[in-house]
Write a protein that binds this ligand. Structure first.
Ligand code: ZN
Length: 439
């Protein structure tokens, strides 16, 4: 029997003590494991191969006895993860496929209910309620989970959804003016393009009434949880509060900033989160680790200890909003994309964040090559109109923020677009790994 997610059931859970949250979470994890043992061919095989009695997993503390699930496992045998008969499937999502080939994830009615609940409580924590009118500047088609999740969450919240999508800047501008939304959900760089277009048409954004921007897909915070250059720009352009959120199709759960803007809250009833080091051990408090998740209560294609490949830091201290659930800092980058430049470790998004803050930059990508020393050779290619940007100035700004000074090349925006926009990818590609050891 799938569990029913209702806001009332877990209403004050995140305000309770860590021990109380753990108690609720451990009980849900036991249910999750029992469900896998009964219905998942993949995990039944894992339990058998490792000689694990599923009933002996009593809580999060026992998880380390179980192996991790990799994206490659899902890619190789997606059918083995399916726990329901075909008739129970009501929606199909594709994973983003930015790193591997996209995988189809089947969702049941209970999964959609869970997804809506997740977004409802995430939106509620940002301060949204039934009086809000929200533009969803994200796609609901192309088998994206995100746009659908936002719609379901807003519907449960009782807010009005304005499903404009992300494909037309003129339509977004028109709907902002016509519908006067109180909030917009969208990719931060798109929200900046819309702001610029409205300004160019002579509109004063500060008077439009947009109070909240829920930023998806790209981080808007630095590691210290302050707004990034892009986040700060959005805040100033729109005169709105800026919220970051981290989610993916496999997570089926969002980590969204609350009204206190101090990182994305973990909902204990929806997900178990571990941050692990190279050897698969939990990292020390405050250290960067790989995000490994067990989304609870998923019925279609549930996962256990799924490796996201994303690197982040967890903040354990109670939040100013009163919630005591841990908060996930911004995703620093992908584990496989870590760059080592003369002894300094840096992830590409740290460099991208600098580029996103430079007005004249119109597109960018980064290439990394092997060198003979123990250092990667990084080349940053930036698109800009002729004469509007100096490569040296960009390199200086990157050095000031990241402590590494890569080679910077300026090209025309068209040349950059030809490289970053690829037919087969749903999102622009900004990172090209040409290191032979990584394939
Ligand atoms: Zn908070």
């Amino acid at each position: 029997m799938p569990m029913k997610f209702a806001a009332a059931t877990y209403a004050d859970l995140e305000f309770r003590t860590p021990a109380e949250m753990r108690c609720v979470q451990d009980a849900l994890l036991q249910k999750h494991i029992a469900y896998l043992a009964e219905n998942s061919e993949f995990y039944r095989r894992i339990f058998a191969e490792h000689g694990i009695d599923p009933g002996s997993i009593r809580g999060g503390a026992d998880l380390s006895r179980l192996p991790l699930t990799a994206k490659a496992d899902l890619e190789h045998c997606p059918a083995d993860f399916l726990c329901v008969p075909p008739s129970a499937i009501v929606d199909l999502c594709l994973t983003s496929g930015t790193t591997g080939k996209p995988v189809t994830l089947a969702q049941t009615r209970a999964d959609l209910d869970r997804l809506g609940y997740n977004e409802e409580i995430s939106f509620r924590a940002t301060g949204l309620d039934e009086n809000d009118r929200v533009i969803i500047a994200a796609a609901l088609d192309r088998c994206f989970m995100a746009g659908l999740a936002y719609f379901l969450g807003l519907e449960r919240l009782g807010a009005a959804s304005i499903r404009v999508g992300s494909s037309s800047v003129p339509l977004l501008c028109e709907m902002v003016l016509q519908q006067q939304p109180s909030a917009i959900v969208g990719v931060p760089t798109l929200l900046r393009v819309v702001a610029r277009a409205l300004q160019a048409a002579g509109h004063d954004l500060q008077t439009l009434g947009v109070k909240r921007l829920i930023c998806i897909g790209e981080p808007v915070r630095c590691a210290d949880l302050s707004l990034s250059a892009l986040g700060q720009q959005l805040h100033e352009l729109w005169g709105a509060q800026v919220f970051g959120t981290y989610a993916s199709t496999e997570l089926a759960t969002a980590f969204t900033d609350c009204c206190a803007e101090r990182g994305g809250h973990l909902h204990p009833e929806l997900i178990v989160l571990e941050l692990l080091d190279e050897a698969g051990r939990p990292v020390a408090a405050g250290e960067t680790g790989e995000v490994v998740v067990t989304p609870l209560g998923v019925t279609g294609m549930p996962l256990l200890r799924f490796r996201t490949g994303d690197m982040a830091v967890l903040h354990q201290e109670p939040c100013a909003c009163g919630r005591r659930s841990p908060r996930l800092g911004p995703i620093l980058g992908r584990k496989s994309q870590m760059l080592k430049i003369r002894g300094v470790t840096v992830y590409p998004p740290a460099i991208f964040a600098v580029l996103q803050g430079i007005e004249a930059v119109k597109g960018y990508y980064l290439e990394v090559h092997n060198t003979y020393e123990l250092s990667d050779r990084v080349r940053v290619v930036v698109g800009a109109d002729a004469g509007s940007l100096s490569a040296d100035a960009v390199a200086e700004q990157i050095a000031a923020r990241t402590r590494v000074k890569p080679e910077v090349v300026v090209m025309s925006p068209d040349e950059v677009r030809r490289r970053t926009l690829q037919e087969t990818k749903r999102k622009p590609v900004h990172f090209f790994d040409l290191r032979n050891s990584r394939g």
